[in-house]
Design a protein around this ligand. Structure first.
Ligand code: GAR
Length: 183
């Protein structure tokens, strides 16, 4: 049974999907925002949580604290689920090829914030979501899995994001299994 650490900054719907579908244990949910709703949800489920505010912290020093918490919880694989921070070498070296991220676009298209707004503004006919290994770039790193979602007439950033989110919740647990099988 593998132990997952899930890092969030907000709502935590992908966290919920992972916790429901993953056969291993979510050993720790850590958030850089104390008020993240996902943190309260995890605590209600009896999952260990940690609020570690990042505002004003230097990136490497902050990541050293994150690594310490993840190690203390025996975490083997780290999943970023709406964790809105770039990782430093400190995190990447501590968990080499063991950090995954999900993003609501078909990367490498539309990295960064407001990915579905970017897709609508560009006028693409298909978007979707991507789970990838994390490197030091924004939403960058080798792709593990993608799901395609058509853009339909009248879509707004919000309606597209909602349909993509449904696919995210299926894709992330599958991609985690794939990553664990690859070792
Ligand atoms: C998800 O749509 C995820 O793909 C996105 O944030 C949302 C978090 O929702 N991540 C990124 O944009 C990463 N660049 P959630 O908190 O409900 O899982």
């Amino acid at each position: 049974m593998s132990k997952l650490g899930v890092l969030i900054s907000g709502r935590g719907s992908n966290l919920q999907a992972i916790a429901a579908a993953f056969p291993g244990e979510v050993a720790l949910v850590l958030s850089n925002r104390e008020q993240a709703p996902g943190l309260a949800w995890a605590a209600e489920q009896g999952i260990a949580t940690c609020a570690l505010p990042s505002a004003g912290r230097e990136r490497e020093a902050y990541d050293r604290d994150v690594v310490e918490r993840l190690r203390a919880a025996d975490v083997e694989l780290v999943c970023l689920a709406g964790y809105m921070r770039l990782l430093s070498r400190v995190m990447l070296d501590a968990f080499p090829n063991l950090i995954l991220n999900i993003h609501p676009s078909l990367l490498p298209a539309f990295p960064g914030l407001d990915a579905t707004q970017q897709a609508i503004a560009y006028g693409v006919k298909f978007s979707g979501c991507t789970v990838h290994y994390v490197d030091q770039t924004l939403d960058g790193g080798p792709i593990i899995a993608q799901a395609v979602v058509p853009v339909i007439a009248g879509d707004t950033a919000e309606t597209l994001a909602a349909r993509i989110l449904v696919e995210e919740h299926k894709l992330y647990p599958q991609a985690i299994r794939q990553a664990l099988l690859r070792g």
